[in-house]
Design a protein around this ligand. Structure first.
Ligand SMILES: [Zn+2]
Length: 439
């Protein structure tokens, strides 16, 4: 039986009354060398940093249900604006209350701006000062993203943290081209912020009343809502339904993105210009686009020097287990990568003993757990022989179990890193990871 509207209403009002206003706050608990252990407070919960964020491209971390992500301890996941814009469409998600409610995920979400995905389309895009025209990879239809429309899409999707619309510069590129691209990103960052500031109260879960919340109320609830003296907002009802720690006045936060290709001076200038516009957090974009790994590290390290110490720093699209540890040690607070989930679906598993390609015949009779040091439910229950059999048989369960293990390994790795930073044992966590056998 559906709980009565009064039940929702009353409970929601209590929540709103007792929970302080939440936008985004970042506290650094401990610094060890360049590494930081911190806490990021979002409208959908607190995140301990450094954090690895699993990628949920189309409002789904492939092969893993939301309850399992919660069990694994994921506090924040990613959604891709480009994919969600094409399918199911921003308006659909917005009408259903935003991403959190649509996918029943009560914790934090970050969406990218769509810039990187559009960049990946190569032949299918055209960039002008105004924005990017691109063709859908699904049906070839033509679309247009601008800083304004990318913000509108991300506000409609309703993630806790959203990203400025940027141009990801290709690699390799001439310096003049990198400068031109970096300057375009700076102008787009200013436009992104302007639009966001003017429209941030339109987020689906905002209780500020700027959105026509009645439009989101399901028909069965509308008649009751009309008779209630104080109609609950969608945000409040959503919060009541899935236990969101929402404030009635909470809004999203917009992060800026530093570009500048592989040029240290242009990265510095991009950082300065982005900081001048002013954001509550800063991302380093435009890396892992085909450059050598050593160059990625150099650029990250030099760019970090120019970012404010008191704001969260997000390195986009990185990396291997060794890399996420290394970047945390350099002072990166947030990272995301499709590697653990994508590799899992291809039978490549990360373990404390190195990489395991589970498809290999040598595991056919191996009764050992995948990783004896891993506490995940897959390693606790199944043998390498069984996982190898599932993969060889092309069973859906292979993708599920492999992904659960890989995500568990990444999230555990970050928890260990954070613990070591908290204890001031930076050298210990680095040596622990680097002493692992290489594949
Ligand atoms: Zn495991």
């Amino acid at each position: 039986m559906r709980p009565s509207l009064h039940g929702y209403c009353h409970g929601a009002e209590l929540r709103v009354a007792t929970i302080p206003l939440v936008h985004l706050s970042f506290h650094i608990d401990k610094v060890s060398g360049k590494a930081r252990a911190g806490r990021l407070l979002t409208p959908h919960g607190e995140i301990e940093t450094p954090v690895f964020m699993p990628v949920g491209t189309v409002a789904s971390v492939k092969a893993v249900p939301q309850e399992t992500l919660e069990e694994l301890g994921a506090r924040i996941i990613l959604g891709n604006t480009y994919h969600l814009y094409l399918r199911p469409g921003v308006e659909t998600v917005r009408k259903l209350g935003g991403l959190h409610r649509f996918m029943s995920w009560p914790r934090a979400i970050l969406t990218d701006s769509g810039g990187f995905q559009v960049f990946s389309l190569n032949e299918l895009r055209k960039v002008t000062e105004e924005g990017v025209t691109f063709r859908s990879h699904l049906d070839g239809s033509s679309h247009f993203f601008s800083p304004e429309s990318a913000m509108a899409a991300q506000i409609g999707l309703g993630a806790d943290i959203i990203m400025a619309f940027d141009e990801c510069t290709e690699y390799p590129a001439e310096r003049a081209r990198v400068r031109e691209s970096m300057e375009l990103t700076a102008r787009w960052a200013a436009r992104s912020k302007k639009y966001f500031e003017e429209h941030k109260n339109e987020v689906p879960w905002s209780g500020n009343g700027h959105v026509g919340t009645d439009a989101f109320v399901r028909p069965a609830e509308q008649s009751s809502a009309a008779s209630a003296s104080n109609s609950p907002t969608l945000a409040a009802k959503s919060a009541a339904r899935v236990g969101h720690p929402l404030s009635g006045d909470s809004v999203q936060s917009l992060f800026g993105i530093v570009q500048g290709g592989m040029d240290r001076e242009l990265r510095k200038e991009s950082a300065e210009r982005t900081i001048e516009i002013g954001f509550p957090g800063y991302a380093i974009g435009g890396l892992s686009v085909g450059e050598p790994r050593e160059l990625t590290r150099e650029i990250v390290e030099s760019t970090l020097e120019h970012l404010p110490a008191d704001k969260p720093r997000y390195l986009m699209g990185v990396g291997t287990p060794e890399e996420i540890v290394e970047y945390a040690s350099l002072g990166v607070d947030m990272m995301d990568c499709v590697l653990p989930t994508r590799a899992a679906r291809h039978g490549l598993l990360f373990t404390s003993e190195g990489r395991v390609s589970i498809k290999q015949a040598r595991y056919a009779q191996d009764e050992n757990p995948l990783d004896p040091s891993c506490s995940c439910r897959v390693c606790a229950r199944y043998s390498r022989a069984y996982l190898r059999h599932l993969y060889a048989s092309n069973e859906v369960l292979a993708q599920v179990l492999n992904t659960i293990h890989n995500l568990s390994f990444y999230l555990d790795t970050m928890r260990r890193v954070r613990h070591a930073i908290s204890l001031g044992e930076e050298s210990r966590f680095l040596s622990a990871v680097w002493s692992r056998p290489k594949p």
